[in-house]
Write a protein that binds this ligand. Sequence first.
Ligand code: AHR
Length: 323
Amino acid sequence: MKIVKKLALAAGIATLLSTASWADGLQGKVIGFSQIGSESGWRAAETSVTKAQAEERGIDLKFADAQQKQENQIKAIRGFIAQGVDAILVAPVVSTGWEEVLGEAKEANIPVVLLDRGVDAPQDLYLTSVASDQVKEGHVAGDWLVGNVGDKECKVVELQGTVGSSPAINRKKGFEDAIAGHANLSIIRSQTGDFTRSKGKEVMEGFLKAEGGGKGICAVYAHNDDMAVGAIQAIKDAGLKPGSDILVVSIDGVPDIFSAMVAGEANATVELTPNMAGPAFDALDAYLNGGKEPEKFIITESKLYTPADDPQGEYDRRKGLGY
Ligand code: AHR
């Protein structure tokens, strides 16, 4: 990494961490982190912030990138257990299939903290889960659309996240709940874009083609900003104006979506903080040092941003955070 970029990243992350307060209780602890991969800008920022948080607290963080594969995550977790780490963080790529390996960690007395995604497994298999309320995120996005289209007929295309992941399942549900009862709004096409920019673009191109060039599409709802940015490109390539011909609403709050808002090409995003590690380490500190059981679910905020919320300022505030 270039030195200027490195300094900007350090300065940005220092600002993000400056409000945190903790005892120095995790100094010297060894903590394994099984990360999903680097499918999105948000994921890259979560990785950067987690590493910075660990460094700040003197934690020896063992980082494992699963490259989108659950089997790699399970392997990494087993490796952490074999090393006898003090705790494990895991961002689970999909929600099912975790019981066995989480049971092994429990058996070894190693607390596990889930980051940013949920699992379908008994709650006693993990210490706590630090994540947003993903149903609410979808609901906030849907409410924004409902409030903005009024009585006009609005055909929506949906770019879903990774199949089987908790944000894809829950953000879909929240959005559907929000538009239910508004007969003028309907989802006419829905497909996974796997949370990536390139897939988002590709799937949006398919939607546009299937819908006669896109003239009948009123809005795209993307389960993350990266797919929305890909969709924006596809809409432009099709000769339409994203942000006006086709409304764009998504989730994450990454710098590029704020740039798109500045350009009039995106309409709304629901912020997801990349700082999941701060609350996770605080919970582990209290648990490992004071035996204090944390809340089972530590829920982060889901704030809506639109072009009325100083998108240039929001871009500037985030650009040094490792997105
Ligand atoms: O689990 C959080 C989601 O995963 C983010 O919204 C998305 O960008 C990421 O890949």
